[in-house]
Design a protein around this ligand. Sequence first.
Ligand code: CIR
Length: 266
Amino acid sequence: MTDASYRFTHAITRRPAASITRGLRAVDTGSPDLAVMQAHHADYIAALRSTGATVVELPPLDNYPDSVFVEDTALCLPQGAVIMRPGAPSRLGEAAEMAPHLAALYADIRPITGAGSYIEGGDILVTETEILVGRSARTNAVGIAEMTSLVAPWGHKVREVMTPPGVLHFKTDCSLLDGDTILSTERLAASGCFRDYRVIHTAPGEEAAANSIRFNDLVLVPAGFPATRDRITAAGFGVREIGNSECAKLDGGMSCLSLRFSPPAR
Ligand code: CIR
């Protein structure tokens, strides 16, 4: 089996802005502390770099409080990148901010342009065999259809699935661990969307650990979920725990903080 869905040469991140205190959140559990978030962000970048990848750090964008969550702005595939159209009005402009950075690395950039199309990267899970996209409050069927038509010529199959009600993004509840293994909450796996995969469930009460990422030889897991961490370790994966207390106040986790990809040689 190939491994392009979890082995990457590059990642793009963006440093958190002081405006992060105004970031979107479903439930207000307190204001994120910028200094603590910056320290966690630095640990995250160091972990990505420790695998040998090139990690771009973009400067903060104060006009976009949620812009640290770069994953939502694009879908990066081996053949090219699709620029998203975020469904959160305050985040729509973030996609155009990301486009030039991807254009520097990819010859083929395809933007989602439909006025009624909405899609965010957090709803997209790329595996070795397919691209799963969860419909959510941020991603609609028209957006998924437009993305499907953009990636079909590159040979990618898209499967539309449902993000559980009340869950921000599809990948809030799952992550890819390897070519056939998914880490998922029980509530998402119960929908049957992973029936062709081996599934490791998050431990009861540790649903927030589902937003982890496999990046080269590491699985980055948010700190504070020991039972789930132990399940991933027991399955043979190398785990690195990263503090996520401040991003969690804004419904963010490990996947949201980077775009991960291997651009074609130019
Ligand atoms: C938002 O509501 O858009 C941000 N506060 C959190 C985005 C998290 N992104 C992700 O899961 N990909």
